[in-house]
Design a protein around this ligand. Structure first.
Ligand code: NAD
Length: 377
């Protein structure tokens, strides 16, 4: 089977490609325009494999997509390319509308034209899998009168939860989900949608909560926590998500939606304390060769948690997301393998061993060498 993966140089897309190339016999065409979030270095281990091809293409470029479909003749599309950072969507929503809505529309149209030209048997087997987020469902906490740092409702997002996105990011993802379902209902394109909770793990771009905290801590910078840090997220190890996505694209039922989650609800402040405790254990402050004794303003820290700093909350910040992943477990037999304890320990250890990766992706060095260009968008 040949899978066309969009956004394959990103955090989750690269985990999906590493999984497909190392654990299956399938082939991958990686379609990625390489924004600041796309890093080919995350795919260094699959480069050169005859089952892997990279196409630097923008999903908003219909002519380029038509060429890619025609040349590579994929059996399925796994669509992960997106603008994905909520804070960036608040500062500049236009790129989110362009890529997440217009880009998804353009990809759907290119896929539909290609699919219509396939033989009946290949048409029936073709899949368009759209990868989305639980953030489209909005805020579980907001339903609770007076919900605050103390109160938390116990409900979960199911596949039937109405959409109520809060940020430009989640609104643009919600829009793209609706387009995908409409292309199935209207044109018969065999689509699948998955909505997943927060991912964490290796190769996560250092602007997101977990890598940002690890790197700031190691540099002795403040660890900024929004509001009182009481926001609850349901964390899933990225390799568990990659396995879930492959399960859905190969065995999911056409037209269905599957929620994916890790049964790991954590308050942000607890995640940050867990990271600090792991860093205290694995890279203790002041131990030569581990981490430097770091200056914080004019004072010194004794432990990483001393760096925690509460900052003004993000506008529209949802209090709680939590997924009911029962459907994918019952119908497709997928379960997460990592607990939060095992996954977060692996993640911290990975960042400690790969600090150079962080520096290189932040300045785009590997990409420039790989592509032979002077600058990366
Ligand atoms: P990411 O930001 O790490 O990667 C996005 C990738 O898409 C990058 O490689 C980027 O270069 C590429 N891209 C962006 N615009 C493009 C365009 N116009 N054309 C081609 N490529 C483009 O994102 P991620 O965290 O890996 O998320 C992947 C998908 O999973 C997204 O659709 C996101 O909404 C969804 N998702 C993410 C999470 C999470 O916790 N990260 C959770 C649930 C769902």
């Amino acid at each position: 089977m040949k899978l066309l993966v969009t956004g394959g140089a990103g955090f989750i897309g690269s985990a999906v490609i590493r999984h497909i190339i190392s654990d299956t016999v399938d082939s991958v065409v990686n379609v990625d325009v390489l924004t600041y979030a796309g890093n080919l270095e995350s795919l260094a281990e699959v480069e050169g494999n005859t089952r892997y091809v990279f196409e630097r293409v923008d999903i908003c470029d219909r002519a380029a997509l038509d060429r890619v479909f025609s040349v590579h003749q994929p059996d399925a599309v796994m669509h992960l390319a997106a603008e994905s950072h909520v804070d960036r969507s608040i500062d500049g929503p236009a790129a989110f509308i362009q890529t997440n809505i217009f880009g998804t529309y353009t990809l759907l149209e290119a896929a539909r034209a290609y699919w219509q030209g396939l033989t009946p048997s290949r048409q029936a087997a073709f899949r368009f899998h759209h990868i989305s987020t639980d953030e489209v469902y909005g805020d579980l906490g907001a339903e609770e009168p007076g919900s605050s740092c103390e109160s938390r409702p116990s409900s979960l997002f199911t596949e039937y939860t109405p959409y109520a996105p809060s940020s430009p990011y989640s609104a643009s993802k919600a829009g793209s989900d609706h387009l995908v379902r409409a292309w199935q209902r209207t044109y018969g394109l065999p689509t699948l949608v998955t909505n997943c909770s927060n991912n964490y793990g290796p190769y996560h771009f250092p602007e997101k909560l977990i890598p940002l905290m690890i790197l700031n801590a190691l540099e002795g910078k403040p660890l900024p926590v929004y509001g009182c840090g009481e926001q609850v997220r349901d964390w899933l190890y990225v390799e568990d998500h990659a396995r879930a996505l492959y399960t859905v694209v190969t065995r999911g039922a056409v037209g269905e939606t599957y929620n994916i989650g890790g049964h790991n609800e954590q308050r942000n402040i607890d995640v940050v304390h867990t990271l600090c405790a792991l860093l205290d254990e694995l890279a203790p402050v002041g131990v030569p060769g581990a981490a430097r004794r770091l200056p914080v303003g004019k004072s010194q820290i004794r432990q990483y948690a001393d760096l925690i700093t509460f900052v003004t909350d993000r506008p529209g910040h949802d209090l709680r997301y939590a997924i009911d992943a029962g459907k994918i477990e019952r119908e497709l037999g997928w379960y997460p393998r990592e607990s939060f304890d095992s996954g977060i320990r692996k993640t911290v250890a990975w960042y400690l061993s790969n600090l150079e990766w962080c520096r290189r992706v932040q300045d785009g060095r590997y990409q420039r060498q790989r592509l032979g260009v002077a600058a990366v968008s």
